[in-house]
Design a protein around this ligand. Structure first.
Ligand SMILES: [Zn+2]
Length: 501
């Protein structure tokens, strides 16, 4: 035995015998942080992995929910409630204890968009930016390359096995993330037929809205709630909410009417009052389109003309509808506008929409049996917002962090690029600016006036329920599908119908 080993042995026996090393004799033993961490450790030690079968799956996709967005939102939430923001926890941090980091790069890009990343989560493959529901074999914008590249999603497998399915989003229901559950396109911007080229039409390619209504899986989604009404309505149909506005379709297909004609137990709604009047027990299929385009940001929702349900209210209704099925269900809930607020360089709305998501998770967990429901919450990609400077504890998260070398104050939250940058003349002096008001745009470095970009850093995956413990370490984003498939034992379910496209 060498000297080092002997010394280590001696040290080990000293630890075992000398009471001075016992934990309760440490001088910090009554420190509040020390005690809090001990309690947290005890909770983790007591946690038992659930290896039962997942009857139900709820996949929350928080579009653009970067790690800094989670941190800033929890501080924002705490400060709004008048409690300590830094140590505050959002509902999904509290309720979804298993966490992993997901790598979001795609088959052809370092920084992803929402189309291939949603495809990764619901079908298990990485694919090409800008494309939905297809493998790496796709050629972007070449709709003839869709054939042969289609995936079968977990929603299609579930429908074909007789489960119920739902898709809920605050974005257009034809937008990339929800579309990945049902559509197969070489170009995510083909949400209605007027966005297809003549060549694409001649080749028989179909827009995303039409694919939703023509979806061949099982008996179709039991729940579809979101925005994007104009993609389902004709150009000569007046919108029921927006004065002087119409639908977008030019192919003569009234898709709302077509959807209604498919079922005898169905309800279509477009405003809050109609939504509230829906009796989930008596409704087999529910289709809600609350805006011509995306639904309102949570910040602006109360001002909506027709009225809109919150993400939590849509989630609750969806679970009420789907949980009638003894075979179980698969539901996607997208908080689709955290991303849009970040693109606008507007941290306030991104944080408010994150809190609305947290509320939806709380409502969902209170409704389901957590023993038999796998709940996963993740983001498709990151954004460029950072939390920087050395602000003091309890400093308002939307406030000023300090003074920069140019003598002007700078905010804690800022963007690497986007509309908050000035191309010339240096940045604005924020000395007398209320940086916490909803319309304030955080400053950015690189001027991209149209839109701040996504970012390429990993995103968190939070999970709870059967096999949620498989979310650990740094994983590829497409692993999310594989955990869902394993937890539900989807491969063992008899498929009533081969998924056709
Ligand atoms: Zn985006």
């Amino acid at each position: 035995m060498n000297k080092l080993a002997l010394a280590l042995l001696a040290g080990a026996s000293a630890i075992a015998t000398a009471p001075a090393f016992a934990q309760d004799a440490l001088p910090q033993v009554n420190d509040s942080y020390f005690k809090q961490a001990q309690a947290e450790l005890d909770r983790i030690i007591a946690r038992q992995p659930n290896t039962g079968k997942a009857k139900n799956v709820i996949l929350f996709v928080a579009d653009g929910l970067s790690v800094p967005t989670v941190t800033a939102a929890r501080i924002f939430d705490g400060q709004k409630k008048g409690v300590d923001g830094e140590s505050n926890k959002l509902a999904f941090e509290e309720l979804l204890p298993y966490v992993a980091l997901a790598k979001t790069y795609t088959h052809d890009a370092q920084v992803a968009d929402s189309a291939p990343t949603a495809t990764a989560m619901v079908s298990g493959v990485k694919s090409v930016n800008g494309t939905v529901g297809v493998t790496q074999a796709i050629k972007y914008k070449d709709c003839t390359s869709v054939k042969g590249a289609e995936v079968t999603t977990i929603f299609e497998q579930a429908e074909n096995a007789g489960l119920s399915t739902g898709v809920v989003s605050t974005a257009r229901i034809t937008h990339a993330t929800p579309a990945a559950t049902y559509a197969k396109v070489a170009n995510r911007d083909q949400e209605n037929d007027s966005q297809l080229s003549d060549a694409d039409k001649a080749a028989g390619c179909k827009d995303i809205a039409a694919q939703l209504v023509d979806w061949p899986a099982g008996n179709g989604f039991e729940v579809i709630l979101g925005g994007g009404r104009s993609n389902f309505m004709l150009k000569d149909q007046a919108d029921p909410e927006a004065d002087g506005k119409t639908g977008s379709r030019t192919d003569g297909r009234d898709l709302v009417k077509e959807w209604q004609a498919k079922y005898n137990d169905a309800a279509y709604v477009w405003n809050k009052a109609e939504f509230d009047a829906i009796d989930a027990a008596k409704t087999g299929h529910l289709f809600g389109l609350f805006e011509r385009s995306h639904m309102q940001y949570e910040t602006d929702r109360a001002k909506d003309k027709g009225g809109e349900p919150s993400l939590a209210e849509m989630t609750e209704k969806a679970i009420d509808m789907l949980s009638k099925d003894e075979d179980g269900y698969v539901l996607m809930v997208e908080a689709g506008r955290i991303d849009h607020a970040h693109h606008a360089g507007n941290a306030y709305r991104a944080l408010e929409d994150t809190l609305a998501l947290s509320e939806a998770v709380k409502v969902a967990l209170a409704k389901v049996n957590p023993e038999e429901t796998l709940v996963v919450l993740t983001a498709d990609h990151s954004h460029t917002m950072t939390i920087s400077g050395y602000p003091k504890r309890n400093n308002p998260i939307l406030g000023i962090a300090g003074k920069a070398d140019d003598g002007k104050p700078y905010t804690t939250l800022g963007y690497m690029n986007g509309p908050g940058a000035t191309a010339e003349g240096g940045r604005a002096d924020l000395t007398n600016v209320d940086t916490s008001e909803p319309d304030f745009l955080q400053q950015a470095l690189v001027p991209l006036g149209e839109s701040e970009t996504h970012a390429g850093d990993d995103v968190p995956v939070f999970a709870q329920g059967p096999w949620a413990h498989l979310f650990q370490g740094v994983i590829e984003q497409n692993m999310i599908y594989h955990v869902i498939a394993k937890a539900t034992d989807m491969a063992a379910k008899p498929q009533k119908q081969a998924s056709a496209n």
